[in-house]
Design a protein around this ligand. Structure first.
Ligand code: ATP
Length: 497
């Protein structure tokens, strides 16, 4: 029908105009109005096409940037699941013989920077397909129908490109799918609805015997937001979780990104992998890159341990700032950080990897903790310990100044979020409860009771180590940073004394 729209318009418009002239109407305002509408419509389509074309230019074809699964660190389970799914495309004849319907969509879900885009690129390489990428936000326009038009163009382009380069399949990767594939609420978002409908229509149009075959891979970090129409069988029916890497995965990723960099003999990437707990692949890539920049600044030929350590701090906390703190402020911050660090060594001996008094990001000082191993399940004593480490800073300020400062705000937020976990996991005196039924007063009461109790214990434990504070304070003020080992040495020498 769309095909004939232009012909119909060309035929009907002159007839209508002649009719109006015949009955003596002034047709000039009508012609002007129609011309204006025509210009607005084509400008919108043009913008759509323009953006789509610029998108095309940015898109790397597989042949230009071959990217294999070996270049992706960690993510072994995700890679395995993806390869199994891709075999549908690779072993096409076998699938057809068994009457298995084609796989149309694979959804990669996980936190930002975990390698979802890399997986899609590797999928294109593995299946010897053309690779086209777009982001959900590129389909968002204020003109109704433009986003849908871009989806159509994207699929058309994938087919044309695959045919031109003699490939039998194409992989289309849509990042941030939640932007266009969010739950439809029947509200005002007509433009979004049309775009999503077009995507569903295109997916329904993928057939087993089609040549070239299209495979859609989408990525999201908000899977719960997606419309169920997208997730039903026959659409994105393969869901692959792409999680943050564990210690082994982190080491693998660090090794990949160290591949093209000179690394000093002393460097133990195992240790860096342990210290970068909770980092995504993108953050680990950034650690290696920043470390190389630090090495360059110091005119060193190779990246050393200290460069990597500084790079971890930078990625975790932000760049060093040159905020000038007064002497009193520096002393207060030092005691606050020592409070966290001493508490950490009491609760989990050997866990402090650095105490620093240099301002970074928003913090004036910080303690870097070194999780001994990745952990996925937490017990009540462990979580209580975490709260006590968070409260250690404020407790130390109270011990030495008789009151706290605004510097504990972030610590309290952290402590309260752990209290929330405790309540929701049924680990408090309230027992197993539906936390969503709790009143604000209920939350306030349980939070106060847990935090008051743990604060009292923290203060008592820190008070018994008052001399450790005094002996470490001067060193920290002078040196600005204490390594975990230096700090433990100070504690040991005090205990021996
Ligand atoms: P987003 O959800 O923000 O789009 P993403 O999950 O698609 O992120 P990528 O774009 O694939 O993340 O990764 C960003 C960069 O991080 C990559 O170019 C790469 O340098 C690095 N990276 C991320 N994950 C890995 C990994 N598993 N192995 C090696 N490098 C990785």
């Amino acid at each position: 029908m769309r095909k004939y729209m232009l012909e119909l318009t060309i035929g009907i418009v002159p007839v209508v105009l002649i009719f109006f002239m015949y009955i003596g109407e002034n047709v000039i305002p009508l012609v002007l109005f129609a011309a204006l509408g025509f210009i607005v419509f084509y400008a919108a389509r043009g913008r759509g096409k323009l953006a789509a074309t610029s998108m095309q230019r940015r898109r790397p074809a597989t042949s230009e940037t071959p990217f294999s699964f070996d270049q992706i660190g960690g993510q072994e389970r995700a890679k395995q699941e993806l390869i199994e799914a891709l075999d549908f495309l690779v072993r096409r004849e076998q699938m057809a013989k068994l009457g298995i319907r084609p796989l149309k969509g694979i959804l990669l879900a996980g936190p930002p920077g975990t390698g979802k885009t890399l997986l899609a690129k590797a999928a294109a390489h593995y299946t010897d397909s053309i690779y086209l990428a777009a982001s959900g936000s590129e389909f968002v326009e204020m003109y109704v129908g433009v986003g849908a038009g871009r989806i159509r163009d994207l699929f058309k382009e994938a087919r044309v490109k695959a045919q031109k380069s003699g490939k039998s399949s194409a992989v289309i990767f849509i990042d941030e799918i939640e932007v266009i594939g969010g739950k439809r609420d029947g509200g005002q978002q007509r433009e979004y609805d049309q775009t999503l409908n077009q995507l569903l229509t295109e997916m329904d149009g993928i057939h087993a015997d089609e040549a070239p075959r299209i495979l859609l891979i989408a990525a999201t970090n908000r899977k719960e937001m997606l419309d169920s129409a997208l997730l039903r069988p026959g659409r994105f029916d393969r869901h692959i979780e792409v999680d943050l890497p564990d210690r082994k995965g982190r080491l693998h990723i660090l090794n990949i990104h160290a591949g093209n960099k000179p690394i000093a003999e002393e460097v133990d990437l195992q240790r860096i992998a342990a210290e970068s707990y909770g980092f995504s692949g993108a953050q680990l890539e950034s650690v290696m890159n920043e470390a190389a920049i630090y090495a360059l600044r110091e005119e060193n030929e190779a990246i050393g341990e200290k460069h990597l350590s500084m790079a971890i701090d930078k990625v975790m906390m932000g760049e060093k700032t040159d905020r000038e703190a007064t002497r009193e402020e520096r002393e207060r911050v030092a005691l606050h950080e020592l409070g966290h660090a001493i508490m950490a060594e009491l609760v989990r001996p050997g866990s402090v990897s650095q105490v620093a008094l240099s301002p970074r990001g928003k913090a004036l000082g910080y303690v870097r903790h070194n999780p001994q191993q990745d952990q996925y399940l937490y017990t009540k004593p462990f979580l209580n310990g975490q709260i006590m480490i968070a409260l250690g800073g404020a407790a130390a300020e109270e011990m030495f100044y008789g009151g706290r400062s605004t510097g504990s705000r972030g610590d309290f937020e952290q402590a309260m979020s752990i209290v929330k976990t405790l309540v929701e996991s049924g680990l408090t005196e309230l027992g197993i409860i539906d936390a969503s039924m709790m009143t604000r007063e209920g939350w306030a009461a349980i939070t106060k009771s847990i935090l008051d109790d743990l604060m009292a214990q923290t203060k008592m434990m820190l008070e018994a180590r008052r001399p450790v504070f005094l002996s470490s304070l001067q060193t920290l003020l002078q040196e600005e940073t204490l390594s975990g080992e230096q700090f433990r040495q100070l504690i040991r020498s005090h205990s021996a004394a």
